[in-house]
Design a protein around this ligand. Sequence first.
Ligand code: RNT
Ligand code: ZN
Length: 421
Amino acid sequence: MNSVTLEQTYLAAKERYAALGVDTDTALERLAHIPISLHCWQGDDVGGFEAPDAALGGGLAVTGNYPGKARTPDQLRQDLDKAFSLIPGKHRLNLHAMYAETGGQKVERNNLQPEHFARWLDWAKANGLGVDFNPSCFSHPLANDGFTLAHQDAGIRQFWIEHCIASRKIGAYFGANLGTPTVTNIWIPDGYKDSPASRVAPRQRLRDALDQVLAEPLDPRLHLDAVEAKLFGIGSESYVVGSHEFYLGYAIQKQILLTLDAGHFHPTEGIADKISSALFYVPELLLHVSRGVRWDSDHVVTLTDDLEAIMQEIVRGGFLPRVHIGLDYFDASINRIAAWVIGTRNALRALMLALLEPCDLLTKYEQAGDHTSRLALLEEAKGLPFGAVWDYYCQRQGVPVGIRYMDDIKSYEQTVLAARS
Ligand code: RNT
Ligand code: ZN
């Protein structure tokens, strides 16, 4: 479709939406200012640069061995550049501590310094990206027992406390230099494969450890703390120390961010309905938008009802300023750059759908008690010409319209990825 036809199709769509009280231009303007935090770890199967071929720990599992995986920081950045060039809008990078660049020196995780991320900072600056950060409490000899911050051994616990403190400082360094606060998210794998004798003792240790990690207050204009819960993991099927109730309570008490990962609840339990409740009590949320298939399998995000419900809740509630949207999935069975692009474009498409909802009319029906019209309109809205608005948006943002982004990815695969051993 040429750009004239794209624009005409858009104008026809605009009228359809306007008839329901929705201004598509405003929706596009709003969408352009919503950043999605792209997870660096989709690019190399959660490998990092300490020992890229070491086994993945913490109960995380990436399947597939699609050729061309990034093996160096420069390759990962090159792949990210390609992905960002195919995604409309300005976004963020979500970085893990194990992607430090230590110039070939072994630096223990508890000794990591901002300088080990200077090249990431330069790159983020050059590309106008905000950065989010994560301590890496897995894939490490001191995490081999399946415990980190809640470990029984005080020395091991201390190591991970120091790693998390170092990570907060690195997060604040990004925030200070990029002019947008970094969210540093703590997730730990700690838990038991089988029934514990004590469910309380590890939680007591975790609470005390977190208190130490967070002891130094950091300026919220530079840095925000988040904690991520989980229901179960591989090797922690019977008990996870950092459960939802544990971290919900902790985040409320400390007034820090709660992270909701879409894959971290019972398989049929969505996170959409948790957003409005949690936001009464915690200042902000971080989302790990993911897609579990049968379990917390971290599949590429697709345009599902679950995803749409999440974005609807954020938009309907007026929560955009208080919800940080990040992605968390890893698929090595398909082109990794395509995995980023497909998942991020889907997150944006779901956001756009939410921004195009005829909210005023729906609310009017609801307030009048006319639940029949509410249902009718919700169903009608699903058939509105959303694709025309999305295509026009992509064109305006200077990224490929429709599946044409795959042409770029295929040629990148032939020229760049194929040359990697
Ligand atoms: C694991 C958590 C966590 C990780 C990343 C790599 O279950 O979802 O967020 O996926 O930190
Ligand atoms: Zn997650």
